[in-house]
Ligand binder design. Structure first.
Ligand SMILES: [Fe+2]
Length: 223
């Protein structure tokens, strides 16, 4: 299992957008705009029509999303889930991941198609380990055009989506996160209605990429 780079410098470049008020205060005191921008809750993205619940749960924190025989370029993505302070790992968060294959096809041809969980492909779940980490062994997702007839996606019919990996992150304490990972350098990102607003870019180094996601706080408890 490949562990993500957890150095301070690498963290700053990851997936952080909305700055918390606490971070703004700390940054102002320190006089460092970069420090203020470095802590943010990860932004959401659309769930999309191809989500399927009940994907298999990995025994460890490694999701073998693609089998060895899956066609395409095999890659390893390592993720880390953090508390809203952007530094404390969240253990036992459930990460649910799904994507299209290298040809841009999901394991169902339409959102209404029903398949048994045993026939799921390129879908899987895992819990983060004590360091908030998890690993996805997969292939580079193919780009696909949004098909016609998708409810609420009619006006986007024919849009070519950049390569992306869907995921949700849930934990009893923090706000659930639904988002997508994109790949730095994908020329389709700037044209995509969703990706162009996303900060969730994974920069690949050969066949490996890392990312961090920061969960938001739920409203404070009132006695
Ligand atoms: Fe998708």
């Amino acid at each position: 299992m490949n562990k993500p780079n957890t150095s301070t410098s690498s963290r700053r470049g990851f997936l952080r957008t909305a700055v918390t008020s606490a971070a703004v205060s700390a940054g102002a005191v320190a006089g460092s705009a970069q420090a203020a921008q470095s802590c943010s809750v990860s932004g959401g993205d659309i769930l999309g029509p191809f989500y399927r619940p009940n994907a298999s749960m990995a025994a460890a924190s490694v999701i073998e999303l693609a089998s060895a025989s899956e066609k395409g370029t095999h890659i390893t993505l390592t993720g880390r889930i953090l508390r809203p302070d952007c530094k404390t790992p969240v253990a036992n968060a459930v990460v649910d991941v799904w994507q299209a294959n290298a040809q841009g096809m999901y394991d169902v041809k339409t959102p209404d198609e029903v398949i048994a969980p045993a026939n799921y492909n390129l879908r899987g779940q895992a819990r983060t380990n004590a360091n908030g980490e998890f690993t996805i062994n997969t292939v580079v997702p193919g780009k696909y055009k949004i098909p016609p007839g998708l409810e609420n996606f009619e006006k986007f019919e024919g849009y070519l989506r950049p390569a992306h990996v869907h995921l949700t992150v849930t934990h009893p304490v923090y706000l659930p996160l639904t988002t997508q990972l994109y790949f730095t350098g994908d020329s389709q990102i700037a044209k995509d209605p969703w990706a162009k607003y996303s900060k969730h870019m994974v920069k690949m180094s050969k066949d490996k990429g890392s990312f961090e996601l920061v969960l938001g706080n739920t409203p404070p408890h009132k006695a």
